[in-house]
Design a protein around this ligand. Structure first.
Ligand SMILES: Cc1cc2nc3c(=O)[nH]c(=O)nc-3n(C[C@H](O)[C@H](O)[C@H](O)COP(=O)(O)OP(=O)(O)OC[C@H]3O[C@@H](n4cnc5c(N)ncnc54)[C@H](O)[C@@H]3O)c2cc1C
Length: 476
């Protein structure tokens, strides 16, 4: 545990980009305290005859950020959330008397926007202790290795997997500076690249724990992993370190602080059924039949869920393709489990085809070792102790799983998927198009972030940008 938030404040390219964006949008004060908000609102004026300037749909990190930025710029904002909680794919809860995270958990020093929120709200950062051993499959057997040996072997293969990332992403937060090279990478799935590497069966076992996270090598796009590698300082160790630091108290309490400081009005348990833009205002109707209108709307729900809302006029072709193809891993699950037995603080990284993606220690309790498990196998019921125990025992025979708590994100109607990883071709063909507003409707979700797509950092980036887009709509 760190006594202070010791993560250094990173100097990152987002700051100037954000300033430029806000200047264009005439929102120089956005993101600052709300003191000048009412003055700004009066000055800006709104065209639509509506109780709210902007309606934000979805109270995950993207939606709450958008609402906070809009309120700070003087835009009266309503936040409609389908669930009876905020947070979306972050969800801090309890299990076995311990605070646990069922969704997004770790933050990193290379992610300046979430670091800024952590600092702004005075939250400390905790560092997870390193594992004592790592379980990999080697010569057909699951065995324990030292972290140095295991990650050393995987790291060599990882660097070959993402070969070309430095040339294609010279400035990782601006992925289209070398659009020509990115397009070449984006023609390949991870499986295509693995085939180019001509790996032995043993090498496959060492590297496919990485590709499994993208929903499998056949699903995952190579360009997305290359950009993530670039964002991690072109470093496997940087990539590996992404799951090390987390905000004390959890992600949802941090988000709640962001929301509380915003002044935005929140309505929980308000799933939106339709969004209708008549050219001068947008009407949002919930499944319960309640209608609200505003000059602009920010749709801050996952891409996979866009198809469950009726849009008038219909969504543009790129948005339709994205939601039909899906951008987040539909089979992704996370679960917490209590493990007993003489197992030590282990991390497991089985190869593709195993029901588990990984298992990592969370907390030692008097009752056993609390671990976080991940799976992208839709046939595994991570809420079922016997099924989870069988999967874990195939890796560590002495482990006894006594309790589980699961979040099967793909089965949740308001997520329809877990973490996002772009598929082959999506970065080049869809990303820029789905970031564009559709009339008075803007889109905010981590799934479509320019940098750190699939991370909380990306959700905040999109919330900021969609707020600027919506604010422009308000003045039109
Ligand atoms: C298991 C798991 C582990 C992860 N680990 C990490 C990690 O360690 N670090 C990291 O940075 N990221 C991680 N991520 C990714 C990160 O959690 C997400 O990228 C981020 O939280 C997405 O935020 P968002 O606001 O874009 O979407 P969401 O969080 O999905 O928010 C969308 C909101 O919209 C609401 N909604 C949906 N439909 C409607 C509707 N019709 N009407 C009204 N509201 C609606 C939802 O209920 C939800 O609250 C993880 C994700 C998962 C699932």
């Amino acid at each position: 545990m760190q006594p202070e938030n010791t993560i250094p404040r990173p100097g990152h390219a987002y700051t100037p980009r954000r300033r430029t964006l806000l200047k264009v949008a005439g929102l120089a004060g956005i993101g600052t305290a709300t003191a000048a908000a009412s003055t700004a609102r009066a000055a800006a004026g709104t065209k639509a005859d509506a109780a709210f300037d902007v309606i934000v749909i979805g109270a995950g990190f993207a939606g709450v950020t958008a609402a906070r930025e809009l309120q700070a710029a003087g835009r009266k904002t309503l936040l409609l959330e389908a669930r009876d909680r905020i947070g979306g794919r972050t969800w801090t809860t309890t299990f076995q008397g311990q605070m646990v995270e069922m969704g997004g958990t770790w933050v990193d020093a290379k992610q300046p926007l979430i670091q800024a929120e952590i600092k702004r709200h005075g939250v400390r950062i905790l560092e997870d202790p390193a594992p004592e051993k790592v379980i990999f499959r080697n010569s057909g057997q699951f065995r324990a290795f030292t972290p140095e040996e295991a990650f050393g072997r995987q790291g060599e293969l990882f660097e070959r997997l993402v070969a070309g990332s430095k040339d294609a992403f010279p400035q990782p937060e601006q992925p289209f500076l070398r659009a020509d090279l990115v397009a070449e990478l984006d023609k390949l799935t991870l499986r295509d690249r693995l085939q180019q590497m001509r790996l032995t069966a043993e090498e496959e076992d060492w590297i496919t724990p990485v590709t499994a996270v993208e929903g499998g090598a056949a699903r995952g796009g190579l360009a997305d992993l290359c950009q993530t590698h670039a964002l991690c300082g072109y470093s496997y160790m940087g990539y590996l370190g992404l799951n090390t630091y987390r905000p004390e108290g959890g992600m949802t309490p941090l988000l709640k602080r962001m929301l509380d400081s915003s002044g935005a009005q929140l309505k929980l348990a308000s799933p939106v059924r339709s969004v209708c833009d008549n050219g001068s205002k947008v009407t949002v109707t919930t499944r319960a039949g309640q209608s609200y209108s505003a000059a602009a709307v920010v749709v801050a729900i996952p891409v996979n869920v866009w198809k469950s809302i009726q849009f008038t006029p219909s969504l543009p072709a790129a948005h339709v393709t994205a939601t039909q193809e899906t951008m987040s891993v539909t089979s992704g699950q996370k679960f917490m489990m209590n493990v007993q037995g003489d197992v030590g603080r282990f991390v497991a990284q089985p190869p593709e085809g195993h029901p588990l993606l990984t298992a990592v220690p969370w907390a030692q309790t008097t009752n056993g070792l609390l671990m976080a498990g991940f799976s992208a196998d839709a046939t595994l019921d991570t809420g079922n102790v016997a099924q989870v125990q069988a999967a874990v025992q195939s890796l560590v025979p002495e482990a006894r799983v006594t309790a589980v708590k699961a979040a099967r994100w793909g089965q949740e109607p308001f997520s329809q998927g877990a973490w996002s990883w772009m598929q082959q071709g999506q970065m080049t063909k869809l990303l820029r198009a789905v970031q564009q507003p559709h009339g008075r409707i803007s889109f905010a979700t981590s799934d479509i972030a320019t940098g750190w797509s699939g991370f909380v950092e990306g959700a905040i980036e999109r919330g900021i940008e969609a707020a600027a887009q919506a604010s422009l709509s308000v003045t039109r």
